[in-house]
Write a protein of this length. Structure first.
Length: 298
């Protein structure tokens, strides 16, 4: 996929955000049909096949080995942690909450781009990021902004919350590393292969057979693999050649889209507090965007 202009590459990244907005609901659905490990392993296996069609085989000889090792490790860690966090959620509602927590990564991406990449921003980056984080806490809390409520929710499933926090950190680092060291190459296809292998190994150490395929499960698997593969095929184009700060900031909008799709797909009711938190994340994103847009003038 050859995209030369920054505007076109940024557009690819924005489409990727829309595709990813379907991921949380689809991954949860696949995990319910086929189990967390087997479902995720099949999803990334099919995704790797689709990416081979979309992108072809990458020229690995043109990539530095340090980036190949570090990039693949970060990518695999993110994908494995995200798929298992959603699969291990105790309920569909919690899976949607975890999907929102995952969206800590855009603010972390921007902060890292400021620290490591020289991205300029004014003081509004701080309240913007704080408001987005407040929104996430508002989503996780079950009774206003209640510390006991937040802790109780986390303690109900510390594994999933620990995994999704790891997601946010590793993907922020991955985005900045890819921007600086990928050399224009899109390696998401081999990264998907490594993710699938890792998940199959994880499944191999478990027990139980893969449930029988059904029409609903099969369609969900194809939809999830297509959304994930298409999203990454376009996203890597965006972060390599597009406006990284704009894409990271725009991705703050994804929690609202993701939650709305997941609630519809999974048939889950989300209360007013959840939507208030998702709105705070969105408002925080707009402030962050304005801070980076005006950063060069301050």
């Amino acid at each position: 996929m050859q995209v030369r202009s920054e505007r076109a590459a940024t557009a690819c990244g924005l489409v990727a955000i829309v595709l990813w907005s379907t991921a949380a609901g689809l991954i949860r659905s696949v995990s319910e049909d086929f189990g967390p490990e087997a479902g995720a392993a099949m999803l990334y296996s099919l995704g790797a096949l689709l990416l081979t069609v979309f992108l072809g085989r990458p020229r690995l000889r043109a990539i530095s080995w340090p980036y190949l090792v570090a990039g693949s490790a970060l990518f695999v860690a993110y994908e494995v942690c995200l798929s298992l966090a959603l699969g291990y959620a105790v309920s569909r509602t919690q899976a949607i909450q975890l999907g929102v927590v995952n969206y800590l990564w855009p603010s972390l991406t921007i902060l890292l781009s400021i620290i490591l990449g020289g991205q300029r921003a004014n003081w509004l980056i701080l309240p913007g990021t704080a408001l987005a984080l407040l929104g996430i806490l508002w989503v996780v809390s079950t009774d206003g902004l209640s510390l006991p409520g937040i802790l109780a929710n986390i303690e109900s499933n510390p594994l999933s919350y620990g995994l999704v926090l790891t997601c946010a950190i590793t993907f922020a680092v991955y985005c900045n590393l890819t921007r600086r060291q990928a050399g224009g190459q899109n390696l998401v296809m081999p990264f998907f292969v490594l993710t699938a292998v890792t998940l199959w190994v994880k499944y191999g150490f478990g027990s139980g057979a893969i449930p029988a395929f059904t029409l609903h499960g099969s369609l969900g698997l194809v939809a999830a693999a297509t959304a994930m593969a298409g999203g990454y095929a376009l996203w890597n184009v965006g972060i390599i050649r597009g406006n990284l700060t704009l894409l990271a900031t725009a991705s703050y909008l994804a929690p609202v889209l993701s939650s709305a799709f997941a609630a519809l797909w999974l048939g889950t009711h989300l209360d007013l507090q959840f939507w208030q938190g998702a709105t705070l994340v969105t408002v925080g994103s707009l402030i962050c965007w304005y801070a980076t847009r005006k950063g060069g003038a301050n």
